[in-house]
Write a protein that binds this ligand. Structure first.
Ligand code: COA
Length: 325
């Protein structure tokens, strides 16, 4: 039966030039490289320069993804940017990226699901493409989390980094068999009862300020592995696959201990898990497209591979997405 499927055509990433190591952070707060590495697997992160924006990082990643796809900006009719650190409260930073790319047709908007943002954005694009409303989408995750960190709070400031990643997705008419390329299944969840476990203590309608990130780390950790495993099992089930079928697991990069726990629970071999948290730290909505870019560019992810994306973040929000690459 003929069906429309969303096929990944290109990927690209951008990381700010400035690298901050754990040793650099020792000069800032009462922490140690040993503590950060042992608890999180993080060794360094990239941090935006003065004047560098979420939209400029997102546009750089978008241009790289377009080049990888062999497409021009005009070929795109939908831009969805996942971010919790937009340039301004409004307009959406997606329209700034749209203007920077010189696109004046189609639509551009932001999606806010914190660290699950890229999974939510790609799933949203998938539904628009499958419905026939748009033909080619740029799905971008871009974050300047360093701007909302409390640099005196050692329990959070060591965990995050800045960056952007993007994919180009194209609607293709296919026969609907699962060996064909494209997004095979998605699953999104949220539960607002946990919204005070990971949040920013400011906002336009409450304090009138931007605020700083606050987190109950152990509580987030407690929920993460269970929620991640549940949503992965559901997503695989929808497409008729099992964990053993996965070629590459590309999770949101929050903490290596959470990734190891999820992989263990699913019975996935460690060499099938793409890890970038050691180099990038947690870049929120940017972490999955950055990890995809790295694993695709270095030749690990190949056409035809079964790739599983997964994320969990503030809200709580969580979700997974299965792709035949
Ligand atoms: N350096 C040194 N010590 C630190 C520290 C730091 N950067 N941050 C916290 N500590 C201290 C705490 O003050 C505490 O000290 P105390 O025992 O004297 O009170 C001790 O380390 C243990 O703190 P705790 O928060 O219980 O540690 P933990 O083992 O839970 O690890 C996290 C903390 C944040 C690494 C862990 O909870 C975690 O990864 N949670 C998930 C966070 C996450 O991934 N969030 C993003 C989701 S998208």
């Amino acid at each position: 039966m003929s069906t429309i499927r969303s096929v990944i055509k290109g990927v690209g990433g951008y990381l700010p030039a400035r690298v901050v190591t754990n040793a650099d952070l020792e000069a800032l707060v009462d922490t140690s490289d040993q503590w950060i590495t042992a608890r999180t697997g993080i060794r360094k992160r990239h941090i935006v320069a003065d004047g560098e924006l979420t939209s400029s990082m997102g546009a750089a990643a978008a241009k790289a993804a377009l080049a990888d796809a062999g497409l021009e900006p005009d070929d795109i009719d939908l831009i969805i940017l996942a971010t919790s650190t937009p340039d301004q409260t409004f307009p959406a930073s997606a329209v700034t990226i749209q203007a920077e790319l010189g696109i004046t047709h189609g639509a551009a908007f932001d999606v806010q699901a914190v660290c699950s943002g890229f999974v939510f954005a790609l799933s949203t694009a998938d539904n628009y493409l499958k419905s026939g409303q748009f033909n080619r989408a740029l799905v971008i995750g871009a974050e300047a989390f360093s701007r909302i960190l409390d640099w005196e709070d050692r329990s959070t400031c060591v965990l995050f980094g800045d960056g952007a990643g993007a994919v180009v997705v194209e609607a293709q008419k296919l026969n609907g068999v699962d060996t064909e390329r494209g997004i095979l299944a998605t699953c999104l969840r949220s539960d607002g009862r946990y919204r005070d476990k990971l949040y920013v203590d400011g906002g336009p309608s409450s304090t009138g300020t931007v605020g700083h990130l606050r987190m109950d780390g152990p509580e987030v950790f407690r929920h993460a592995v269970t929620k991640i495993s549940q949503v992965i099992t559901e997503t695989l089930g929808k497409a008729g696959y099992e964990a053993a079928d996965i070629d590459w697991f590309v999770p949101h990069q929050a903490n290596k201990r959470i990734l190891d726990g999820a992989a263990r629970k699913l019975g996935l071999a460690p060499e099938r898990v793409v890890i970038t948290v050691d180099k990038h730290a947690n870049t929120s909505a940017a972490s999955i497209p950055l990890a995809l870019t790295e694993a695709y560019t270095d030749g690990r992810i190949k056409s035809g591979d079964l790739v599983l994306l997964e994320a969990m973040g503030g809200g709580f929000t969580w979700g997974a997405l299965l792709i035949r690459w």
